[in-house]
Ligand binder design. Structure first.
Ligand code: UDX
Length: 432
């Protein structure tokens, strides 16, 4: 099939590349000329394991192309995926849909034959209705169908998640579009993905509901971890004990720092905003957002306590600063709250991340990037394991830490407390 992906962010680029790998002809469009120029040279704008190889392979075999010309690319394609960003509105909590509507206007003037136009970006309920109105204004023939097909891939696992999704949700009442999309997704369905056809609005809401629910699961376990710390219980026993109940399931029950990334913080706020518009209270999700926003402060209090209220001039080293492993994404990472707060209190913060130096910390005093783990750990008063990169899972602390006074605060519960204590380390985790 001939596909056009508009927007080459995470969702657009990864799905475009994977669709081309499944044998489709795909044009990935972006208005950012530099980005398209780089992509044509095989330079990938994001860190995502396995993506570069797939881009190079499919660009070479000409099933994958890149363009800045939206109109021409739409004309050449049968299925158009809108994959532009829907960030939180500046100074608000709802999703900023200006990029979606701008793209819809352009698509509207480029329809030369029947097109299926799909929102893959996460968009609030009724956005599909608005897109339909915009395109109909420019195109009276109505030889198009607007569909919602949310993408559930995670950063760092994006290719695997795209190729082996639990489900493919297609929101449309149009029989023809549904049939075509079922054929497009047939290779994934044959590998076990459930295909679910719903109304367009339901598909839009399924995405927000899923992200809000996962965020709730994490927040729930994070709050229980606080209780475990006071009651000498290991939170991991609780996660396992709960997760063995198939109605609950064990995934997304790992306690840690505040959840971050490009989706959970933005989408939880956006779903509340949508519900407010319909005068519906989503009180559970509201408290999740509040609890998560407060989580970094709670962890900072714990740092303060572990350092006996003496943060000034203490050397604190962060292992990992991205919001999760296998990504270079810093969006809404809890390190963006914790590191500046510690620097303001006079700590000397160093950090190491496998994806390198982060410009986000440039403006803070006494915050330095270290090129390797060894340099980062050297002479630290406190080591904070912030992100669960594999690189941090078997560190020989003995060879780096010269004084037993050093405190290791493992915010991802990577190491065994008993083994660390046996080795004489002052080791602390989350909820245990
Ligand atoms: C998420 C959704 O999982 C994905 O379906 C959606 O399409 C986009 O948003 P992503 O943001 O890439 O994906 O990362 P995810 O792996 O879900 O983690 C999000 C945050 O939750 C991270 O900060 C992570 O550290 C945290 N998390 C996750 C936990 O703290 N505990 C867990 O058990 C799981």
């Amino acid at each position: 099939m001939k596909l056009c992906m508009i927007g080459t962010g995470y969702v657009g680029l990864v799905s475009g590349v994977c669709f081309s790998d499944l044998g489709n002809n795909v044009i990935c469009v972006d208005k950012d000329k530099e980005k398209i120029k780089s992509l044509k040279k095989g330079i990938i704008p994001i860190y995502e394991p396995g993506l570069e190889e797939l881009v190079l392979k499919n660009y070479k075999n000409q099933r994958l192309n890149f363009s800045t010309d939206l109109k021409e690319s739409v004309k050449k394609s049968d299925i158009i995926f809108i994959c532009v960003g829907t960030p939180t509105k500046k100074g608000g909590s709802g999703a900023d849909l200006s990029q979606i509507y701008d793209v819809a206007k352009e698509i509207g003037t480029s329809i030369n034959k029947f097109k299926i136009i799909i929102t893959k970006s996460t968009v609030p309920v009724t956005t599909g209705d608005e897109i339909e109105k915009i395109i109909r204004k420019k195109n009276k023939k109505k030889n198009f169908s607007i569909v919602s097909n949310p993408e559930f891939l995670r950063e760092g696992e994006a290719i695997r998640d795209f190729v082996y999704p639990d489900r493919v949700v297609v929101g449309t009442k149009d029989i023809k579009s549904n049939r075509i999309l079922k054929t497009l997704y047939a290779p994934l369905i044959s590998k076990g993905a459930q295909y679910l056809n719903t109304s367009r609005r339901a598909a839009e809401l399924i995405k927000y509901a899923s992200n809000a629910f996962l965020a709730t699961k994490i927040t729930f376990i994070n709050e229980l971890a606080n209780l475990c710390e006071q009651t000498d219980i290991n939170i991991e026993d609780i996660s396992i004990g709960m997760g063995l109940d198939k109605r609950i399931g064990g995934r997304f029950l790992r306690a840690g720092p505040a959840y971050g990334g490009s989706c959970f913080p933005k989408d939880t706020k956006a779903i509340i905003n949508t519900a407010d518009k319909f005068k519906i209270k989503l009180s559970v999700i509201k408290s999740v957002v509040k609890s998560n926003e407060n989580r970094s402060n709670l962890l900072l209090k714990r740092v303060n306590l572990l350092l006996k209220n003496r943060i000034k001039n203490k050397k604190i080293c962060f292992l990992g600063v991205t919001f999760k492993a296998n990504t270079d994404d810093m969006r809404d990472s809890s390190s963006l709250i914790m590191i500046p707060a510690l620097s303001k209190k006079g700590a000397k913060v160093s950090y190491y991340d496998p994806t390198g130096y982060k410009k986000e910390f440039d403006k803070y005093k006494n915050v330095t990037f270290e090129k390797n783990i060894k340099n980062a750990l050297n002479k630290s008063d406190m080591i904070i394991i912030h992100t669960e990169w594999n690189d941090f899972k078997s560190i020989n602390f003995k060879s780096y830490i010269k004084t037993k006074k050093t405190i290791i605060f493992d915010m991802r519960n990577i190491y065994s407390p008993s083994k660390m204590k046996q080795q004489g380390f002052k080791y602390f985790g989350i909820g245990r």
